[in-house]
Design a protein around this ligand. Sequence first.
Ligand SMILES: Cc1ncc(COP(=O)(O)O)c(C=O)c1O
Length: 418
Amino acid sequence: MSEPMDRLAETLRRNSMVRFLDHFAQLFPDSHMKDLVVDELGPDRAMVVGGRRVVNFGSDSFLGLDQDPRVRAALGRGVAAWGSHNGSSRAFSSVRANVEAEDRLAGWLKTEAALIYPSVTLANMGAIPALVGRNDLLVVDEHAHNSIQEGAKIASANGARLARFANCDPEALDRVLGSAAPRRSTVVAVDGVFSMSGRLAPLAELNAVALRHGAVLYVDDAHATGTLGAKGRGTVLDALGSYDNALVVGSLSKAFSCFGGYVGCGAGMKELLKMKSSTFIFGGPVPPPYLEAILTVLDIVESDEYENLRDRLDSNVRLLTGGLTRLGLAVLGGLPPIVSVLVGEEADTLAAGRFLFDQGYYVQSVVFPAVPYHAGVLRIQANAVHTPGQILGLLDALASLRRVVALPGPESLSRTAA
Ligand SMILES: Cc1ncc(COP(=O)(O)O)c(C=O)c1O
C-alpha cells in the first residue's frame, strides 16, 4: 500500500463514527449481527445465515413479490428483450419500458407524471437540490431519512437555507417557517413513514402549516408504497385528498421488490426535474429487466389480487402488533408493516436480537446512530407471506426474551426511535 493510501485509511480509522461503530463490533462480536451473509432463501421467508435456518422478519419485500413467479419471469423477459443494461444515461435515451413504467406508475398513483430514479436515495439526492437553491428555504424533519438529510446537505452547499423541525411536530414547523427570513420558494421535506419506528407523519397538519407559509410538501413515502393507502398508493393522497401541494417519492425496491425510486409530480415538474437532477442526468438508469418487472408488479397491484395480498399483510401486522401490545412491550408504529419494540441500552438491544436469532427468528436490532443513543429497538417487518404460525412463534420467543433481557413497558415510549 502506498504511504498516502495508508495515511488515508488511518485518517478514516480515527473518524469518530468509524471508531464508535468499530468499538461496538469489537465489544459485541456475537450479538452485533450486522453485515450478515444469507446463504439460502426458502419459502415463507425462511433463510439460512451462518448455518442456521431462521424466519426472516427483516425484509422490506412486504408483499412477498420478490419470490413471485410472474415477477421473476418478467426479469427474464426483460433480459431477453433488452439485455442486462442499456448502457446510457437517461439524459440521452430511455428504453420504452422506462417510459411505460413511468406512465403506468403515474396512472396508479393518480399523479400527472412520475420520474424514475435508480433508487430512493438517488431520487432524494437529485430532486431536493434540484428544487431548492440560492434564495430558497428547505425545512427538514429532524428524523427524516438519511437520504433526505444528504440531499439537504447538497442543497445547502448550493446556497439553499436549511432548517430542521422537531419530528412530526406541526407546531414546531410553524415556528420555523414563521421565523424564517423572506425567501423565493420553500420546501418542507418529511418521511411519510419513519423507517425505524414505523411512525406516520401527520401530513394533513403539516401541509396546512406549509400552505399557510407558502411552502410545498416533499414526502418520502418509501415504506408506504404498496403497503398503505387506497390501492397501496401510500399515505399522501389519502391524507391530503390531492397532490396539489405535495411531491411524493416512492420506492420500487421495497413492497415492489424490484429496483429504483420515483418522484410523483405534475407533468411540468417532471420535465424540470429531468433537467435539474444531477443523479438523473449523470448516473445510469434502473436496468431494463427491472423496468419490465415493475410493469408486472403494477399489473398485480392494479388487479383485484392486490386486496388479497393487502388483507394478508394487514392481518399479519394486526396479529403482530396485538401480540406485542399484550406482552406489555413498548411498541412503536403498528399501522405500517414496520413495528419496532423499544429495548433501550445498546448491549441489551444487540443481545435481544441475538436471543431471538438463536430461537429461529431474525429481526433487526437497531442501535445508535440509526436511532437515538440508549433508545435501541428491535425492528420487526411483517410480510404478507409470513404465516400466522411464524408470527405466533416470534411472539413466544419475545415472551421468553423478557426473562433474559429487561424490556421496558409502554410508559417508556417518550424515548422514541426515529
Ligand atoms: C424513508 C426512506 N427513504 C429512502 C430509503 C432508501 O431507499 P433506496 O434503497 O431505494 O435508496 C429508505 C430505505 O430504507 C427509506 O426508508
